[in-house]
Design a protein around this ligand. Structure first.
Ligand code: CP
Ligand code: NVA
Length: 301
């Protein structure tokens, strides 16, 4: 029960996260140069997906293969997890066979319960409350393209969701300021706003958050599991769309990120991803490299 887990960004210290970003850039270079590096030969990752995924599945599966290991995709449709086998029992069994487990699920408590009974590291691959792996990729992307994160001002515009909560953790760990603009009633976890108030400011409008920002980030208006709220959310979020015009309020070298999948005409304008300030394809690619750096940290060092 002594395995090291990655359930939120707070599970790693600031210095570990900073080294992880440096290592991710190095692993990216090695990958592009086709350097063979297989530190996880013979090791196996269990991948539990209770929600859909493209990037997370492909990046973890490809990353394990590139590291010489193997990944097993487990969906509740085909496992006893989907038929009510308790999380605690599943954790004890799967962690006796796999060397690391990643989980994408609904309540954050599920990954915590799994981790409490797991012999091996557990990685949060998205819960309703946090998406820390995506933050590793976002931070790597900013670091690669613009350098130091400390002292910068980032803007989160849209839903105060799992991504927003993880951005709050990132602001604390990397010492940047985060301006958050959400429609009334869709703010992030109030406990996080209070705890990390030194790094976070809630503002009223998208324009206020965007002004002089070094980075603008957003996400879907309707997250997985909230599909029955879609039409209400489209109305309530309409003033929070990111467009090149909104980006013009930010600093001249500002970047735009979105964890994807994106909905053109909703949280972004039709032309936002064609704008040179949008770096979403680098951001998506960096899921691979940042998570390989995470696996190395949890399993090799
Ligand atoms: N950004 C992200 O986690 O994408 P997927 O849902 O495709 O994994
Ligand atoms: N907030 C989104 C992120 C998808 C990667 C969701 O939870 O569906």
């Amino acid at each position: 029960m002594t395995a090291r887990h990655f359930l939120t960004l707070l599970d790693l210290e600031s210095h570990e996260l900073k080294s992880l970003l440096v290592r991710a850039v190095e692993l990216k270079r090695m990958h592009h140069e086709r350097v063979l590096y297989e530190p996880l030969k013979g090791r196996v990752m269990g991948m539990i997906f209770e929600k859909s995924s493209t990037r997370t599945r492909v990046s973890f599966e490809a990353g394990m293969a590139q590291f010489g290991g193997h990944a097993i995709f487990l969906s509740p449709r085909d496992t006893q997890l989907g038929r009510g086998e308790p999380i605690e029992d599943s954790a004890r069994v799967i962690s006796r066979m796999c060397d690391v487990v990643m989980i994408r699920t609904f309540e954050h408590a599920i990954v915590e319960r799994f981790a409490a009974w797991s012999r091996v590291p557990v990685i949060n691959a998205l819960t309703d409350a946090h998406h820390p792996c995506q933050l590793l990729a976002d931070l790597q992307t900013y670091f690669e393209l613009r350098g130091e994160l400390a002292g910068k001002t980032f803007a989160w515009i849209g839903d105060g969701n799992n991504m927003c909560n993880s951005y709050i953790h990132a602001a604390h760990r990397f010492d940047f300021q985060l301006k958050i603009a959400c429609p009334y009633g869709f703010e992030p976890d109030p406990a996080l706003l209070t705890r990390f108030q030194a790094h976070v400011e809630l503002v009223k409008t998208a324009e206020e958050a965007a002004r002089d920002a070094d980075l603008i980030a957003t996400d879907v208006w309707t997250s997985m599991g909230q599909e029955n709220e879609t039409s209400v959310r489209k109305r309530r979020f309409s003033a929070y769309q990111i467009s090149p015009r909104l980006m013009d309020l930010a600093r001249p070298d500002a970047l735009f990120m979105h964890c994807l999948p994106a909905h053109r005409g909703e949280e972004i304008s039709d032309d936002m991803l064609d704008d040179p300030r949008a770096v979403v394809w680098d951001e998506a690619e960096n899921r691979l490299h940042a998570q390989k750096a995470l696996l190395e940290l949890l399993l090799v060092s």
